[in-house]
Design a binder for this molecule. Structure first.
Ligand SMILES: Nc1ncnc2c1ncn2[C@@H]1O[C@H](COP(=O)(O)OP(=O)(O)OP(=O)(O)O)[C@@H](O)[C@H]1O
Ligand SMILES: [Mg+2]
Length: 253
């Protein structure tokens, strides 16, 4: 197993606003990292940093091998950031997941199209292939973007709240799919549904301006309180159970 990327002493943000401070973090093949933290804490900003969409003010993000082009990402953006007005068909959204590999017009069109339809079918939305993005429900959109993230069979799959809008049935299928995919790719997943994800992820990064990395999927309410991460958390042994943290260090089980 080898390192995919590391983030060394990074401070980053937008304009003159520092959002992430002194971040150190690494991603290794077959990692399954759950990213948790409060709204506005900087989770999406961290993903943008990994994807190279924003550059650090200080510090470095290093990719291995050193050329980022060789490190293939699959990215499912947070649904709230997707432009629903953009006139693009479902099939083209999925095909755009191959763009960084093939270029805009590269690859075999028929093979790629067949691949896109197959992957849409595994997500149960093949019938929507000719719909425009504005015609989809939130859950359908989420599934389509998951297909786009997966079509290139990336080395690192980055998911920003993939379970928003999806129904219980697909959510369970999604997590089972991710468990299967994790055998051949590393995964970073942001979610507020910590109760469920800690049953699937291997490690947890808690992001609230700073990043605290737990090399385990267990995290105690005391640790969370220390990180000012006031969210619902699970601590699980054989039987998962949810601990509701209410800011007063008292936990209800
Ligand atoms: N493009 C941008 N320009 C300026 N500020 C931004 C931009 N995107 C995010 N921010 C600010 O950065 C901070 C962190 O935002 P970010 O989207 O990373 O949080 P988050 O942890 O993903 O939150 P959520 O749980 O709501 O998705 C917020 O204060 C937000 O207002
Ligand atoms: Mg976010």
């Amino acid at each position: 197993m080898s390192k995919i990327l590391d983030v060394v002493n990074v401070t980053a943000g937008y304009g003159s606003d520092v959002i992430l401070k002194d971040i150190n973090f690494e991603v290794i093949d077959n990692d399954f990292i759950g990213v948790i933290g409060p709204n506005g804490g900087g989770k999406t900003t961290l993903l943008k940093l990994l994807l190279g969409e924003i550059n650090p003010f200080q510090g470095h993000v290093n990719f291995y091998p050193s050329s980022k082009d060789e490190t293939l990402f699959g990215y499912l953006p947070q649904v709230s950031t997707i432009d629903r007005e953009f006139p693009i068909k479902v099939i083209d959204i999925v095909l755009s997941g191959l763009m960084h590999r093939n270029g805009l017009f590269g690859g075999n069109k028929n093979i790629n199209r067949k691949k896109a339809l197959e992957i849409l079918s595994t997500a149960g939305v093949e019938h929507l292939w000719n719909y425009s993005v504005g015609e989809l429900s939130g859950g359908q959109l989420q599934r389509v973007f998951l297909c786009r993230a997966l079509i290139s069979q990336p080395r690192l799959l980055i998911l920003d709240e993939p379970n928003t809008y999806v129904d219980n049935k697909f959510e369970k299928e999604l997590y089972e799919l991710l468990r299967e995919l994790n055998k051949r790719m590393a995964i970073i997943m942001v979610s507020h549904d910590v109760g469920t994800i800690t049953s699937y992820v291997k490690t947890i990064a808690c992001v609230n301006r700073h990043l605290h990395y737990h090399r385990s999927n267990k995290i105690t309410p005391e640790q969370l309180a220390a990180y000012e991460c006031p969210i619902q958390i699970i601590s699980h042994g054989k039987i998962p159970h949810t601990v509701l943290l209410d800011h007063r260090k008292e936990a209800k089980v």
